[in-house]
Design a protein around this ligand. Structure first.
Ligand SMILES: [Zn+2]
Length: 208
């Protein structure tokens, strides 16, 4: 870890191992919120997706308050983001990874306020954007239909498979093109994969 010193190190390593172990079971660690926010500030758009099972909405919320105590412990790399009401695991390179479940009781972390920070894309606008991008299968067709992207990120997406049968997880990367100019409420994202295929999605614009 390199974050704790002296006698705290052994204890921290144990809970870290436990956190990682739980994450492999429940998909606790997923895309980091600061990186998502940086993408909206146009500084970076690298989105790390761990292709594990989704956070478990069927579990009750954590009531043991482990995350709350960890966030107040200066020796634990857990921090609370009051703006988003989310807990994150700080990484040694200055980033962070969102924590979805309590590593002690497996209860869900508090409800995030993240959705309130993005514009709502209406059903009518979704249909319009679908028709606007219908039939696009590669980057040339994408640029012919939508023009020059607002941002190009290389790589824009890093996806990591779940570990299966002792084999190391595969890491895949893709270029990402973002278009902000075609909708008042939505950003169009197009991920260009290694085989040339384009995967298009829409998301609400960041409104803070
Ligand atoms: Zn708990």
């Amino acid at each position: 870890m390199g974050l704790c010193i002296g006698r705290q190190q052994g204890r921290t390593r144990r809970w870290w191992q436990r956190l990682v172990a739980v994450s492999r079971v429940n998909g606790v660690l997923r895309s980091p919120s600061p990186q998502l926010r940086r993408s909206d500030n146009q500084r970076s758009a690298i989105l790390i997706q761990a292709d594990m099972s989704m956070p478990r909405d069927d579990l009750p919320f954590c009531e043991c308050r482990w995350l709350e105590r960890a966030a107040h412990d200066q020796h634990c790399p857990v921090e609370f983001d009051p703006k988003l009401n989310e807990y994150n695991l700080k990484t040694t390179n200055g980033g962070s990874m969102r924590i979805y479940h309590c590593p002690f009781c497996s209860g869900r972390a508090p409800e995030s306020l993240r959705s309130q920070m993005f514009a709502v894309v209406s059903p009518e606008e979704t249909v319009r954007l679908h028709l606007l991008t219908k039939g696009i299968t590669n980057e040339a067709e994408l640029r012919a239909a939508l023009g020059e992207p607002t941002h190009i990120f290389e790589p824009g997406v890093v996806s990591i498979d779940a570990e299966v049968d002792g084999h190391a997880p595969e890491i895949r990367t893709a270029k990402s093109l973002r278009y902000d100019q075609h909708s008042e409420t939505a950003t169009i994202s197009a991920n260009v994969h290694r085989d040339g295929r384009v995967r298009i999605s829409f998301s609400g614009k960041y409104i803070g």
